[in-house]
Design a protein around this ligand. Structure first.
Ligand code: GDP
Ligand code: IMO
Ligand code: MG
Length: 423
């Protein structure tokens, strides 16, 4: 399958880092096309444990080039630290990591505005990661952005920065923040510039050549389908498009080239930040999922909200993304539950309802319809053969498979790269 895509099919943190690290073993190119360092993708392999925020998780595969395509927004400091931590672990990134000069830069005022906007929204806040993501994408689409292209030419960067600071400092002051100084930003960004420029490369001809030569390409989405700016639970979403439509814009690769679409799905559901969550558990089962699943954000450390598996969401994500197969993660987290529930659909006012029938306010009102499965009450952690799973665990997997109507090809049974069943 020369061009594949792997995306999270819930609200992020589905275990993409782990699955992509494992799946990219034979990839020639692993490409991120959306989002920024609001992503936190945990990889545990022979090199160590990494919470990757910008570099795609396939970077550790011996033959793969790791590409940050034009749709990604970059915080240079985070990227520079990430490069350093990977190189320190013994992996050289020279001629392995490529960064598009078209990527927009997150500047200090984006992070300040992110926080000030959240404060101003008060109890209606989104619960963002505070990484400046909304403000940087807003600047991109309203022609205020500053890109890596601008940083290549220092004068061009300074001129654009001066204009932006004239505007941004006024907004910052109006919202009660402290204005920023141009020279301080230039000093920091010109120093980071030297570290990043060696990896900058126009990627269009690289990807065209790779497709022509049938290279194995894995496009990896950050976040999850229900955080997609258009199809997620707006306004409780992120600023980028995660779905395949985002790939053409975010990497220059034609969606028609995609032959394989892998949905990465947790065996239950989690969400960080505000917004509707129909299967959320506010009881001891929810606490248990959080504890057993170690559900704390890889980016902000915030506790993740937890609930049962929601098949209505994943079915919708399947249609939107054309999933050809599913990777089901964290099955082992359910090992100690006597009873496990699957949400098979919703009702509103006792009538059947779908995810797409309304907005975030509507979703607050839907009631999940549950199907109960008897738990397996046995350890599955680290199992690599499907037949070694307890009968009730297989039943759970097959039930989900039937309800969503896509093959579950991979089952993850632990955070390490090796803890995976391929069916
Ligand atoms: P991502 O954002 O989708 O890459 O996911 P995160 O890395 O933010 O969160 C997933 C968490 O679950 C990480 O701590 C992983 O190490 C861990 N994890 C991934 N797969 C499994 C699994 O199958 N079982 C268990 N117990 N943990 C897993
Ligand atoms: P990964 O790649 C979970 C959520 C934030 C917030 C909303 C908007 O690790 O799965 P933003 O900072 O993007 O403006 O915040 O989106 N969010 C994520 N939640 N995993 C992520 O990425 C997320 N990226 C953004 O918590 O609710
Ligand atoms: Mg994450």
């Amino acid at each position: 399958m020369p061009v594949s895509i792997a995306v999270g099919a819930q609200w992020g943190d589905e275990g993409k880092g782990k699955i992509i690290d494992a799946l990219s073993e034979n990839s020639d190119f692993v490409i991120r096309y959306n989002g920024g360092n609001n992503a936190g993708n945990t990889v545990i392999n022979d090199y160590g444990k990494f919470p990757l925020h910008l570099i795609p998780s396939g970077v550790f595969s011996p033959n793969s080039k790791a590409c940050i395509a034009n749709g990604v927004v970059i915080d240079l400091e985070v990227l520079s630290n990430e490069i350093e931590s990977i190189e320190k672990a013994g992996l050289k990134l020279n001629d392995k990591l490529y960064i598009s000069p078209r990527c927009h830069l997150i500047l200090p005022y984006h992070k300040i505005l992110d926080k000030l906007y959240e404060e101003a929204k008060g109890r209606n806040k989104t619960g963002t990661t505070g990484r400046g993501i909304g403000p940087v994408y807003a600047d991109k689409v309203s022609y205020h952005g500053i890109r890596i292209y601008d940083l290549i030419n220092k004068n061009q960067f300074s001129e654009k920065l001066e204009t932006q600071l004239l505007i941004k400092n006024k907004i910052i002051k109006a919202l009660g923040g402290k204005p920023l100084n141009q020279l301080d930003i230039e000093k920091q960004y010109f120093s980071l510039r030297e570290k990043i420029i060696p990896f900058v490369k126009e990627l269009f001809p690289v990807f065209q050549e790779a497709i022509k030569n049938d290279k194995n390409i894995l496009l990896v989405g950050a976040h999850g389908v229900f955080l997609d700016n258009d199809w997620g639970t707006y306004p409780f979403v992120t600023a980028s498009n995660i779905i395949p439509g985002g790939i053409n814009a975010g990497s220059g690769i034609l969606p028609q080239k995609i032959k394989n679409s892998i949905g990465i799905v947790k065996a239950y559901t989690t969400r960080v930040g505000a917004g509707p969550f129909p299967t959320e558990l506010l009881d001891s089962d929810g606490e248990r999922l959080q504890k057993e699943g170690d559900e704390f954000g890889a980016t902000t450390g915030r506790p993740r909200r937890c609930g049962w598996f929601d098949a209505e969401l994943v079915r919708f994500a399947k249609e939107l993304n054309g999933f050809t197969e599913i990777a089901l993660t964290k099955l082992d987290v359910l090992d100690s539950f006597e009873e496990i529930k699957i949400c098979t659909g919703y009702t509103v006012d006792e009538k059947p309802a779908n995810y797409y029938d309304g907005d975030a306010v509507f979703l607050e009102r839907v009631k999940p319809i549950y199907k109960s499965i008897t738990g397996w009450m046995e350890k599955t952690r680290g199992i690599v053969n499907y037949n070694d799973l307890p009968a009730n665990a297989k039943k759970y997997v097959e039930e989900i498979e039937n309800i969503i109507g896509v093959n579950i090809k991979y089952i993850s049974t632990g955070p390490e790269r090796s803890a995976m069943i391929t069916r």
